[in-house]
Design a binder for this molecule. Sequence first.
Ligand code: HEM
Length: 459
Amino acid sequence: MNKPGHGERMVQLHRKYGHIVRVGPNRVSTSDPAAVHITHGTRPVWEKAPSYQPSSPVSGGKAMPSIVAMTDAQSTAVHKVAGGAFTANALLDYEDRVDQSCIAMFSALRERASGEVDLSWWFALFAMDVINRIAFSDSLGFLETGTDVEGLMAAAKDRFDHWGHWSAVPTLDWLLFKSPLTRIWKKQESSPLAAAAQTKLSGREYDAEKQSFSKQQDLMGKFLDGTLKHPGLVSSNEVIGMVQSTIGAGADTTAATLAILFCFLDRHPDVVANMRKELEDASIPGDTPSPPTWEDVRKLPYMDAVIKEALRIFPVAQWGQDRVVPEGGARLAGQQVPAGTVVGIHIDSIQRNAELFGSDADDFNPSRWTSATEERRARMERAMLGFGAGKRICLGMHIAWLEMKKLVPMLITYLDIDLVDHDLNLVEAVKPSGVRYMPPLPARISMRTPISREELISH
Ligand code: HEM
């Protein structure tokens, strides 16, 4: 998973050998869209494979609870306690924080408009800034300072790198990094992400009158309120793990998706022109330089198609979403697979399936979504796995859409963003890990509409 070109090699392997390919002892990969409804279905729920365990962060020599790596039973408890924090309705509680990050991002790019900026770095700062605001009601200043505050970005990246590296040998990961033995010979450090979550948790006050921790309507408050409603299901240590894993899961994924999207936009000025036209026709974001409202942008069909197409053609999640075949075995892609086998789904292969997406499935073409019949679009939607599927689908998916659909219109409306290298070979340049990490993307930024700083800040 950590070698450049891994995703592309898997696509070629599946195209050559079919929908089921053996990729290791007791381990297969499938590219059959129909198989996903079995592997990620609910009757029965297939457990996540041990390859998820290396994704759990370590703090003080112990594996911290991580939402991504939990068993089905643990995840059911977490969904009870925290599910409400991730629903489409909860988005309105976060909208003002996303706006603040959009404005901070826009100001930062605007201030650097005369020179070159590394777009990958700024998207990474944006995603970390916004997820901290949503999690703790505090940006920590990623965008204001332009730096990796408290090393949280490095810590999140380290987690994904570690996962990519050790996912094939989870027992060794446990022995070397998480077993009681390692506590004897290894220096015990606290993860910066866990430390940040712990500090915020200790500062949280309970409002006895409202019987709530949610004065600030953020993830931590909502998680804590969930523990009050469902006592005994999740401990405070687990709340820290949940916040920590949410930040880890939500930052680099969103940042890389934005960076990939802007690579494609750079290559397709016609798409940018269409997006601007759609926004202008809907008078969004308006004359003032503010991020558009969620209500205004959430249903714009072309914007939706463009972001979806970037998620389709170059999905950032590179882990195989491995599941274990339950008792009795299963029939996948016409073959009987025995119980206990680990089955990974290959997202790139499924999302570039020509039968579903057409003969130009390997090309970036947002209009495939807008021109498709309703029935065809529904079939394509079902094959989109960039956020996972089924019970363990990305909990932060709605938040990710909120962030992207607010930031992207703001950037393309007020800025021209011109990448220095228009022909970057993404397959070779991207560093695969748990997620695809984008290389630095030097870009020249210029203002499309003159806006005064006062005007920007006042909105
Ligand atoms: C474009 C951005 C994002 C992408 C592409 C993405 C992708 C994914 C994928 C593929 C999964 C796992 C499915 C599996 O292994 O079966 C996942 C899980 C998860 N994501 Fe995201 N994600 C994104 C943004 C976010 C954000 C913003 C948050 C938090 C606010 C978040 C929180 C989570 C959590 C907590 C899980 C674990 C769910 C579980 O196992 O039950 N993600 N995400």
